[in-house]
Design a protein around this ligand. Structure first.
Ligand code: NCD
Ligand code: ZN
Ligand code: ZN
Length: 346
């Protein structure tokens, strides 16, 4: 048996939802993770500091006794966002980033940004105080092929925004392409990128070949194999600009297995075991801790977690429930499609 002990990890991109779904999914993350950057795409979205404070209280109220977890709150950027409200929420320590959703790009993005000139004042204020902007990086132009939307976003939107707002700290969320990796690598230390667990495992064939697999459909959609390999190389490189953001995004099965299925993979339950498997395949187990527990905290200027998490490789495969959350779901847990021998030790 092989064992590795890591500093307790952080998930720098997580969807916890609200109500019964929050209650169902929160323990799946809190079991292994000390903190998470919590996405604000609720209905209605978390736009103001006051709304983020109320949402944080609901998260902490849903945390089972005996578990500890720190939600790191984000604000949903709209064309009406008040720069002073953002600055106050950041100064109080409540809010750690602002999230940019191009309107129409993904789940609950309809309140997002259409005209980027309208958010210039907020972005300039954020650059001034060093508050990171987390970006869902896909154009929504229907003329652009869905598999090209990330690469086109970098050229048409991301790079112009960064040039127009010097000093703006940016996290490219859930990058899915070699284009994203290459762009990130060419920038200074004001730019980082999160990588999900599932994009290290899936390419687009997994979604479409041999039958359509709704539980592998997420946004940005998984791309060709060479993109997956570029993501694996980046995640396991030890470069501090790349860190884990699972984008674990629960949707009830009846909305995934649907004529117009929702986007999102639910990976909170088994992410750490899957990452150990992937990093071992890449001969990079020694770099797992940087990716899950150090690089993200450094970018967000947070102290490192003091707790530890131990993973052990055993002869028998790890098992997890196929589904969680009866009342709110059920929600299907991500199935990597291969046996995983890494177990998180209790
Ligand atoms: C996310 C969700 O369901 O909220 N879905 C997804 O496919 N990633 C939204 C997002 O992160 O884009
Ligand atoms: Zn997104
Ligand atoms: Zn997300």
């Amino acid at each position: 048996m092989t064992e590795i002990t890591l500093r307790r990890p952080d998930d720098m991109h997580l969807h916890l939802r609200d109500g019964a779904m929050l209650t169902a999914v929160l323990p799946e993350t809190a079991r292994h993770f000390a903190r998470a950057i919590v996405m604000p795409n609720l209905v209605p979205p978390v736009v103001t500091g006051a709304e983020a404070l109320a949402y944080r209280d609901r998260i902490l109220a849903a945390l089972p006794d005996g578990m500890s977890f720190e939600p790191l709150m984000t604000l949903y950027l709209t064309e009406a966002t008040d720069p002073e409200d953002v600055a106050a929420a950041a100064a109080s320590g409540l809010v750690k980033s602002v999230k940019l959703y191009p309107a129409g790009a993904t789940t609950n993005s309809q309140s997002g940004v259409r005209d980027f000139d309208k958010v210039r004042g907020v972005l300039e204020r954020m650059a001034g105080i060093g508050l990171p902007l987390c970006v869902h990086g896909e154009v929504t132009d229907p003329a652009v092929d869905i598999f090209d939307r990330e690469a086109v976003f970098i050229d048409r939107v991301l790079d112009p925004i960064r040039r127009a707002t010097p000093g703006l700290r940016v996290v490219m969320e859930h990058i899915t392409t070699k284009d994203g990796v290459d762009y990130a690598r060419a920038q200074g230390d004001d730019l980082a990128a999160t990588i999900t667990t599932h994009h290290l495992i899936l390419n687009r064939n997994h979604i479409l070949a041999g039958g359509i697999r709704p539980h592998y459909y997420c946004l940005p959609v998984a791309k060709r194999e060479h993109h997956r390999l570029a993501l694996r190389a980046a995640a396991t490189s030890g470069e501090t600009r790349f860190f884990l953001g699972t984008d674990s995004a629960p949707h009830p099965d009846h909305l995934k297995e649907h004529a117009c299925g929702c986007a999102g993979c639910f990976t909170a339950t088994n992410t750490m075991a899957l990452l150990a498997h992937v990093f071992e395949e890449e001969n990079a187990l020694g770099r797992l801790e940087g990716f899950t527990s150090e690089h993200g905290a450094a970018f967000y200027r947070l102290p490192r977690n003091e707790g530890r998490l131990t993973l052990a490789k055993r002869d028998h495969p790890a098992r997890w429930p196929a589904k969680i959350g009866d009342e709110a779901g059920p929600v299907t847990v991500f199935d990597p499609g291969f046996p995983v021998h890494w177990h998180v030790s209790d």
